[in-house]
Design a binder for this molecule. Structure first.
Ligand SMILES: [Zn+2]
Length: 325
């Protein structure tokens, strides 16, 4: 710091961290909600939570230093069952984390006394869209997050819906008729086993290997959801079949959401949800209309999420901590 300069002259920033099953995203946000810096790391499930947390702190320090930023706080979005008040992550299956007090673990590793706010990842993502993105100005919103899993967050009549035990929005484990895939949760046929990155890849592989004989079963080892979407858009029949099943499944899940909650807008987010939005929407809409009454979708808007970093919502927890819906 230059001579005569005080901390009061520095601009304050909020740092958002979105912890996912495959990546950890970071975004530094100013008070206006603009991303001034962002970065991304791979989430390594073979590392202990302690090792991952040390890496997270290193990234926090690096982003803070290189932007000469004074942190007003850190917001964290985390999958699984998250207790907002205590900061306890009870069970994040995708991360292999159980009964971890994320708030305390982060605070204890920081050199400065910085406030830390924790929320379920889908809720943090929805708040980012609600304050700065596609859901701005709406008060009845369903946010559907499609990435390594299928999650949902709800704002109804301007209030975030948590449910009795904080698990509202668990659409990933609604049963889809005819789906026989085993879900890591223990149930059979959960929506997430089809409507997710791994689900889409798995469906493509099933079609591919059932159509072709004498093919090396390792041929599609490196297939990604992005490959499937790209192949479908260029007319590959197998990819189109897989993406069609995916879209119909999503249309069915949306029909349930709109019948139950009557939202003004559905925002589709998550890496796969955003990137595949244009490709899947025609089939999603057709299936939704087949399974819901017209008054539930007549004025409904279905929009792609507009934030490019999933960590923006987590950062918004810092600026909006007093007025969370
Ligand atoms: Zn399940």
């Amino acid at each position: 710091m230059a001579q005569g300069e005080s901390v009061f002259m520095k601009e304050q920033f909020a740092l958002g961290i979105d912890i996912g099953g495959t990546k950890i995203a970071y975004a530094l946000l100013n008070k206006e909600g603009d991303v001034v810096d962002s970065t991304c790391d791979r989430f390594n499930p073979n590392k202990s939570s302690s090792e991952t947390l040390s890496e997270i702190i290193s990234q926090v320090e690096m982003l803070t230093t290189q932007n000469d930023a004074l942190l007003a706080g850190i917001g964290v979005g985390c999958p699984g069952q998250v207790d907002v008040k205590s900061g306890m992550v009870k069970n994040a299956v995708n991360l292999g984390w159980r009964d971890l007090n994320l708030k305390e673990e982060i605070q204890s590793r920081l050199s400065a006394k910085t406030p830390v706010y924790i929320r379920k990842d889908a809720d943090a993502n929805l708040l980012g869209e609600f304050y700065y993105g596609a859901a701005k100005g709406f008060s009845d919103i369903v946010f559907i997050c499609i990435g390594s899993g299928l999650g949902c967050s709800i704002i109804s009549n301007g209030r975030l819906v948590a449910g009795a035990t904080g698990t509202a929005g668990g659409i990933g484990h609604i049963h889809l008729e005819g789906n026989k895939e085993k879900c890591p949760c223990g149930l059979i046929g959960c929506a997430e086993t089809l409507i997710s990155g791994p689900g889409l890849v798995n469906r493509m592989k099933n079609y591919f290997y059932s159509q072709a004989n004498d093919i090396n079963p390792r041929l599609l080892d490196n297939l990604t959801p992005a490959h499937v979407v790209a192949a479908a858009s260029t007319g590959d029949q197998t990819a189109r079949l897989a993406l069609s099943d995916f879209s119909e499944g999503l249309g069915h899940v949306i029909a349930i959401c709109i019948s139950l909650l009557n939202p003004e807008v559905i925002v589709i987010g998550g890496g796969l949800g955003q990137s595949a939005f244009a490709e899947i929407m025609p089939a999603v809409t057709t299936t939704m209309k087949r399974h819901a009454l017209p008054h539930t979708y007549q004025n409904l808007k279905i929009l792609p999420a507009s934030q490019q970093s999933s960590a923006v919502g987590a950062a918004s927890l810092v600026w909006k901590s007093n007025i969370d819906p």
